[in-house]
Design a binder for this molecule. Structure first.
Ligand code: R5P
Length: 295
């Protein structure tokens, strides 16, 4: 029923309590509009400020990577333990149930296969289709020092511009060519360029001296796992990265190529969100791996 005179006395406007205006929790992200922040808050936990993203977009240039031959079989069981899913639109539409509540970070650049010059990528998804798929971010490869460096930067800035129009964050992913030395100087250059040119957050590799990379990057950084490592080493890398200022991980092969992928993802979560020492997380991994399967 509409407001009536005799209800007036029940109203309380709390005039003595000023309305609160909260700062957004994520590094460098306070000036964005509500939709952009809301999407970021679905990828990064507002409690820990961190994220554990599961990357399985490798097929966009590598085809059926080891562990991703059947994404429906190897990846779907991992989904409940991931904070966000990084994948291509082909896999999203064909394999991932539309009922999922997990935020999607969609690979939006591509072109060359492993048989060609990898830096020769173009934008591969229209922002309109990203909106249609309700994604929380788009991801674009940036090849600093690569043959098509400028083209890859333009791919990113175009996605940033399109994303800004509809509140969709852009993840700049720094690709490191074989001929490039993977050190803090190079990674620092690459991530800083991504941030300066508009990336909302950046994905890169962990290197010695990583604290200088995170300190000089004004937006959140998540680390890639890279090639498969022994599980304890992968947990140590995640721990070192978080201790040195990373805002999370976006791991692929070190999860889905692990002996026990679900257990590995659970152990990584403990390191990233709860700062569990890697040795303890490895014990947890072994316990979970050896636990008898539920009937
Ligand atoms: C970057 O090239 C792609 O996003 C990869 O598919 C992803 O970064 C690989 O993740 P990982 O190195 O952890 O397997």
């Amino acid at each position: 029923m509409a407001d009536t005179d005799n209800m007036k006395e029940a109203k309380n406007y709390y005039p003595e309590i000023p309305q609160r205006s909260e700062l957004f929790f994520l590094k460098g992200s306070n000036s964005y509009d509500w939709g952009m922040k809301n999407r970021l808050a679905r990828i990064f936990s507002p409690v820990s400020g961190k994220t554990v993203m599961l990357a399985f977009d490798h097929g966009y240039f590598q085809g059926p990577t080891t562990g991703l031959e059947r994404v429906d079989i190897s990846i779907l069981p991992l989904v409940p333990q991931a904070d966000a899913l990084m994948l291509t639109r082909g896999i999203l539409r064909t394999i991932i149930p539309a009922s999922t509540q997990k935020p999607i970070v969609m690979r939006a650049s591509g072109g060359p296969s492993i048989l060609k010059e990898l830096s020769n990528e173009h934008q591969a998804v229209d922002m309109e289709d990203a909106v249609r798929m309700n994604v929380c971010a788009v991801a674009v490869q940036v090849f600093i020092g690569g043959e098509y460096e400028t083209q890859s930067i333009v791919n990113m800035t175009r996605l940033v511009d399109a994303g800004m129009r509809c509140g969709i964050p852009t993840l700049g992913v720094t690709a490191v060519g074989r001929e490039i030395t993977r050190d803090a100087r190079y990674i620092g250059l690459a991530v800083r360029m991504c941030a300066e040119l508009g990336a909302t957050f950046v994905k890169t590799y962990f290197v010695p001296g990583f604290e200088t990379v995170t300190a000089a990057c004004p937006v959140p950084i998540v680390i890639a796992g890279g090639k498969k490592l022994p599980e304890l080493d992968a947990l140590k890398m995640a721990h070192d990265a978080i201790s040195q200022g990373a805002s999370g991980v976006d791991m692929g092969r070190n999860i889905f190529q692990a002996e026990a992928p679900v257990a590995m993802l659970q152990a990584v979560r403990k390191v990233v969100h709860e700062n569990m020492p890697p040795e303890h997380a490895f014990e947890l991994y072994q316990d979970l791996k050896n636990a008898p399967a539920m009937a």
